[in-house]
Design a binder for this molecule. Structure first.
Ligand code: TRP
Length: 891
C-alpha cells in the first residue's frame, strides 16, 4: 500500500508539473512554441525578442510574464518591414517577410528561439528544408547572454545577426563572433562614460552590483579597468544571482547598508532587478544614489510612483533616442480585434488591462480568472510600458537594424556587373537568389551606410555602432511617477576628455535633493596635509597627515608635500612657502637690554674716570700708579662700547671690526693691569739695595710693556684680517626654518688665538697678582687684581662652551654677555673699593692714612702704616721699599 501511495504521490506531482507547464510559455506544444509572429515574403528577416521574462524564483516552475516593452520592439520590426515593403526606392518589387520568436529572456530558451528561427517553429514551417524564402539575417537578441548563444547557433550557417540591445564588450572579438553586428554601442564606451561621471561628481567610493551574466561580468571588468589610475575606488562588488534568492538579496542589501559608499552602479536588467529592488524597498533602504546601466535606465517597469522615494534621482547612460515617425500611430492600431489570431496581442491586452480575451473555461483551471475584455479598449498614454511616448531608444535600434538589413539586400541586388562578390566577380541572379548567396549579406552589412532621420547608420570593423549616449535622470513627474529626463550626453566620437556633457543644475538627486550626494571612503585632505594611505585598504581610504615643516601642499587631496626651495620655509598652515626669517641680534628685547647694559657700563666707567680725575691728587689715586688706572678706565670704556658692534645686522665691516676691536681693547686693558701688577711685584722682589729693577719699570717702560703686549694682539688681528677676515654668513644649517645672519670668523685658528692671547695675558696677570697679594701696603691692589682676573677667567672659560653650543643670535648674545660681564668684573673689582673710599670715606683718603713709618732698631725694622704694623729683619729689600715710588715721595 505504501508503494502504491508513493507512486500515486509521484504521479500527482508529475501531473501538477505538466499542468503548470501547459500554462507556461515553455510547456506549450511544439506547434505553439515559442510565441511567434510571422509574415511571408521573398526574403525573411528572423527576429528574437524577450517577449516574456521569467518571474523571480525558479524559471522552470513559474509562469513567464509578458513584457509589453519587448512587444513594442517586435511591433517596431513589423512596422519597419511594412514601411520598406511600401517604399518604392528601397527594394522595389521585393517583399520582405519576418518571423519573430520569443527568447523568454533566458539563454536556454534563447537557443531554442535561434533554432526555431532557422527551422521554423515546427516541421510545417521549416524554412531551410522546405525551400521557402531565404533567411536574410536575424534581428536579435536583447540580452548579451542570449545573443552569445544565438550567435553561436547561427554562426555555422553564416547568417548574420544584428543585435539591438546586446552591448557586451565581449562581442568585439571578431574571431569569436564573425557574424555579429549591433546597433548599440559597445559597453567599453558606457563604462568609460560612467567612470567619467563618477569622477565628475567626485564619487570616489562606489559599490558595484552586477547580474550574473556576460553583460554584468564584462561591464564590471571594463569599469574596473577604466578606474585604474583614477581617484575612484570600488568599495565592494556583488553579484545578483540569475535565479533570485531572498537570502542572497538580503546579504547584498546588508553590504550596501553597511558600506560608506553611497553611490551604487548596477549593471543589470529589469528582469533580475525587479525582485531585488522590491526587497530593497521592503527593507526601507534610502540614500543610495543609483547609477543605472543602459539596460535599465529607461525601464518603464520602475516608473511607478511607489518607486520614487527609493529610486528617484537615479542617473545613467541610456541608448540614444531616435524618432520613428508613424510608429506611435502604428502601435495604437494594434488591438485584438485586428489580430484575432495573434496570442501576443491577447497577452498585451491582459497585461495592459488585466483582462482576458479567452473564456477562462477553455484553458486550465489553474489560470487565475481574469475578467473578460472586449478588445475595443483604447490604448492610452499611461500604458507606458508599451507606448513609451517620450522617446524610442531600443525600439529605434530595432528599426535601424531592419533598415540595415534592407539596405544590404538592396545593395546585393543592385550589384554592378563584374563587381559582384561571387565567383569571377559575378553577381547573384536577382531572379533566382539562393539562400547561400544571401550569406554575403554579411559582407554587405559590413559596408552598409545609410541615413535615418539625419543619423548615419554604419558599422565599424568590429561590427559596432557609433558610441553615443544620453545621460538620463529619474525625476518626479506631475503624477508622482518617475520621468526619464535627459540631463546630458556622452559622445564617444569627440576628443578624449570632451565626450561628457552634463547639465549639473538640471539633475535631481536621490532623496529629492539638489545637492550632489557624497560618496567617499575618507574625507578629502585639506591643503597643508597629505594623504597617508592605509595598509591593506584601497587607495581611496586614507588618513590626512599634516605636512612636515619645510614642506607644503597647496591643493586638497595631495599625495605628497613638496619641499620649499632654499631660503624658503613653510608657513604654519603648511600651505605656502614663505621666505625664511632672517635672524640676527637687533633692537629686540634682548638686543636692547644688552645695548643698555653696555652703554650703562661705558657711562659708569666714564663716571669713575671723572671721579678719579677730580680726585687725582688724593692719596688713594696717587698711591698706585694713577696713569695706569686712567688707561685701564679708558680701555674699559672701549670694551663696553665694542659690545655695541655685535648688535645689528652683520655687514662686511662690522664683522671685521667686531672681533678685532674687542680683542685689541681687551688686550690693552689686561696689559695695563699686567703692568700694574708687575710694578707691585717688582717693587717687592727687588732684593738687594742697588738692585735697579725699578729702573726698568719706570713709567716709560711701563708704557712700552703695555704697548708691546697690545701690539702682539694687533699683529695677530692684522694677520687675521689680511689672511681670512671674518665675513657675514647666512647660516641655514643650524635651524631649518630660519636663516641666521652671523659673522663667520673666517679662520677659527685666528679667532681662538686672539681669545687665547687675551687668556694668556689674563692668566699671567692672575699669577703675578696672586704672588703679590700678601705684600704689605695700606692699599695693596694685588688682591683686587687677583680677584678680578679670577672673575675674568671664569667668565671667559664659561663663555667657551656657551659660545659653541648656543644657537643663532644667542651666540652673539653670549659673546656680548661675556664681554660685558668681564668688563664689569674688572671695573667693579678694581675700582669699586677705591670709589667707595673716595666718595664715601674721604677721611681715610688722607696722607696720614697712607703714612708709613719705618723705625730701625738694631737689625730689624718696624714698618707701620695706619692699618698694618710689621717688623722685618733689616735687609736690603727694606731699603728698596723705602725708595719705591709706590708711596708718595718723601714719606
Ligand atoms: N545591454 C544589455 C546586454 O547587453 C541589455 C540587456 C537586455 C540585458 N536584456 C538583458 C542585460 C537582460 C542583462 C539581462 O545584455
Amino acid at each position: 500500500l505504501a508503494i502504491v501511495m508513493h507512486f500515486y504521490i509521484i504521479y500527482q506531482f508529475i501531473i501538477k508539473i505538466m499542468d503548470k507547464d501547459r500554462n507556461s510559455t515553455f510547456g506549450k506544444s511544439p506547434t505553439t512554441f515559442p510565441h511567434f509572429d510571422a509574415m511571408d515574403g521573398d526574403f525573411l528577416i528572423g527576429a528574437i525578442f524577450p517577449l516574456h521574462y521569467t518571474k523571480h524564483g525558479d524559471w522552470f516552475w513559474s509562469l513567464c510574464r509578458f513584457d509589453p516593452r519587448a512587444f513594442r520592439w517586435s511591433q517596431a520590426l513589423r512596422f519597419a518591414v511594412e514601411e520598406i515593403n511600401y517604399n518604392q526606392h528601397l527594394l522595389p518589387s521585393i517583399k520582405l517577410g519576418y518571423k519573430i520568436f520569443d527568447s523568454c529572456a533566458y539563454p536556454l530558451t534563447g537557443q531554442r528561439a535561434a533554432l526555431a528561427v532557422l527551422n521554423g517553429p515546427s516541421e510545417v514551417y521549416s524554412s531551410i528544408c522546405s525551400g521557402s524564402s531565404p533567411l536574410l539575417a536575424v534581428v536579435g537578441e536583447s540580452g548579451s547572454a542570449q545573443s552569445i548563444i544565438v550567435s553561436r547557433v547561427l554562426q555555422p550557417f553564416r547568417i548574420p545577426m544584428i543585435s539591438y540591445f546586446s552591448s557586451c564588450a565581449c562581442f568585439s572579438d571578431r574571431r569569436e563572433f564573425p557574424t555579429f553586428f549591433r546597433v548599440i554601442p559597445n559597453d567599453d564606451y558606457q563604462v568609460k562614460a560612467i567612470a567619467q561621471l563618477l569622477q565628475h561628481f567626485g564619487w570616489t567610493w562606489v559599490g558595484v552590483l552586477n547580474g550574473d551574466h556576460a553583460y554584468g561580468r564584462f561591464a564590471l571588468q571594463g569599469l574596473r579597468k577604466e578606474l585604474v589610475n583614477t581617484t575612484v575606488c570600488i568599495a565592494y562588488h556583488v553579484m545578483i544571482p540569475l535565479l533570485y534568492k531572498r537570502e542572497k538579496a538580503l546579504e547584498i542589501l546588508d553590504v550596501m547598508r553597511h558600506s560608506s559608499a553611497r553611490v551604487v552602479v548596477a549593471f543589470s536588467a529589469e528582469g533580475e532587478l525587479t525582485p531585488f529592488l522590491k526587497e530593497y524597498m521592503d527593507q526601507n533602504i534610502t540614500g543610495i544614489q543609483w547609477i543605472a546601466s543602459e539596460a535599465w535606465v529607461t525601464a518603464s517597469l520602475f516608473s511607478g510612483s511607489q518607486f520614487y522615494p527609493y529610486l528617484g534621482g537615479t542617473i545613467g547612460f541610456g541608448i540614444r533616442q531616435g524618432p520613428v515617425s508613424g510608429l506611435r500611430e502604428y502601435l495604437l492600431t494594434v488591438n485584438p480585434l485586428r489580430y484575432p489570431n495573434n496570442p501576443l496581442v491577447q497577452e498585451l491586452w491582459g497585461a495592459l488591462y488585466g483582462c482576458s480575451l479567452n473564456p477562462p473555461s477553455s484553458i486550465s483551471q489553474n489560470v487565475t480568472q481574469l475578467p473578460a475584455c472586449t478588445g475595443e479598449e483604447p490604448i492610452r498614454e499611461q500604458h507606458s510600458a508599451y507606448l513609451n511616448t517620450s522617446s524610442f531608444r531600443v525600439t529605434y535600434n530595432v528599426y535601424k537594424a531592419v533598415y540595415a538589413i534592407a539596405h544590404s539586400l538592396h545593395n546585393l541586388l543592385s550589384c554592378e556587373l563584374g563587381k559582384g562578390p561571387f565567383q569571377n566577380s559575378s553577381c547573384a541572379d536577382t531572379t533566382n537568389i539562393y539562400p547561400w548567396q544571401v550569406r554575403t549579406v554579411k559582407q554587405y552589412l559590413q559596408e552598409v551606410s545609410f541615413t535615418i532621420s539625419g543619423e548615419t547608420v554604419n558599422f565599424d570593423e568590429k561590427g559596432d555602432a557609433i558610441p553615443s549616449y544620453d545621460l538620463i535622470n529619474w525625476q518626479r513627474g506631475v503624477a508622482g511617477n518617475i520621468e526619464f529626463v535627459k540631463v546630458g550626453m556622452f559622445d564617444g566620437s569627440k576628443d578624449a576628455g570632451k565626450e561628457l556633457f552634463i547639465q549639473d543644475e538640471a539633475i535631481m538627486w536621490t532623496g529629492h535633493q539638489r545637492e550632489v550626494p557624497v560618496s567617499l571612503c575618507s574625507d578629502s585632505c585639506a591643503a597643508g596635509n597629505r594623504k597617508a594611505f592605509r595598509r591593506g585598504e584601497p587607495l581611496c581610504c586614507f588618513d590626512c597627515v599634516p605636512c612636515d615643516s619645510g614642506k607644503i601642499s597647496n591643493e586638497t587631496d595631495s599625495v605628497d608635500c613638496t619641499p620649499c626651495p632654499e631660503d624658503y620655509w613653510s608657513n604654519t598652515a603648511r600651505t605656502e612657502c614663505i621666505p625664511k626669517a632672517v635672524e640676527f641680534l637687533t633692537h629686540d628685547a634682548m638686543g636692547l637690554t644688552l645695548t643698555v647694559i653696555s652703554v650703562v657700563g661705558a657711562c659708569l666707567t666714564a663716571a669713575i674716570l671723572l671721579v678719579f680725575i677730580r680726585h687725582r691728587n688724593t692719596p688713594i689715586v696717587r698711591v698706585n700708579n694713577s696713569e695706569l688706572s686712567f688707561f685701564i678706565l679708558l680701555s674699559l670704556i672701549l670694551c663696553f662700547l665694542c659690545a655695541l658692534l655685535f648688535i645689528g645686522e652683520p655687514t662686511v665691516w662690522s664683522c671685521m671690526l667686531r672681533h678685532t676691536a674687542f680683542s685689541i681693547t681687551f688686550s690693552l686693558c689686561i696689559s695695563c693691569i699686567l703692568g700694574k701688577t708687575l710694578v707691585v711685584l717688582a717693587a717687592f722682589t727687588a732684593t738687594r739695595p742697588g738692585n735697579n729693577i725699578m729702573k726698568w719699570l719706570g713709567p716709560k717702560q711701563q708704557r712700552v710693556i703695555i704697548f708691546a703686549c697690545t701690539l702682539v694682539q694687533v699683529l695677530i688681528c692684522s694677520v687675521w684680517l689680511i689672511a681670512a677676515p671674518p665675513f657675514p654668513f647666512k647660516n641655514t644649517q643650524y635651524s631649518r626654518s630660519k636663516i641666521i645672519l652671523e659673522c663667520s670668523v673666517g679662520s677659527d685658528w685666528a679667532f681662538w688665538s686672539v681669545l687665547g692671547y687675551i687668556g694668556l695675558l689674563a692668566c699671567l696677570c692672575f699669577v703675578l697678582a696672586f704672588l703679590a697679594r700678601k705684600l704689605p701696603g695700606n692699599f695693596n691692589e694685588a688682591k683686587y687684581i687677583t680677584f678680578s682676573m679670577l672673575i675674568f677667567c671664569a667668565v671667559w672659560l664659561a663663555f667657551i662652551p656657551a659660545y659653541v653650543s648656543s644657537p643663532g643670535k644667542f651666540t652673539v648674545a653670549v659673546e656680548i654677555f661675556a664681554i660685558l660681564a668681564s668688563s664689569f668684573g674688572l671695573l667693579l673689582c678694581l675700582f669699586a673699593p677705591k670709589c667707595y673710599i673716595i666718595l664715601l670715606k674721604p677721611q681715610k683718603n688722607t696722607k696720614e692714612h697712607y703714612r708709613v713709618s719705618a723705625k730701625v732698631t738694631g737689625n730689624s725694622v718696624k714698618i707701620q702704616t695706619s692699618s698694618v704694623s710689621t717688623t722685618h729683619v733689616l735687609c736690603d729689600r727694606c731699603v728698596v721699599l723705602l725708595k719705591s715710588k709706590l708711596w708718595p715721595s718723601g714719606e
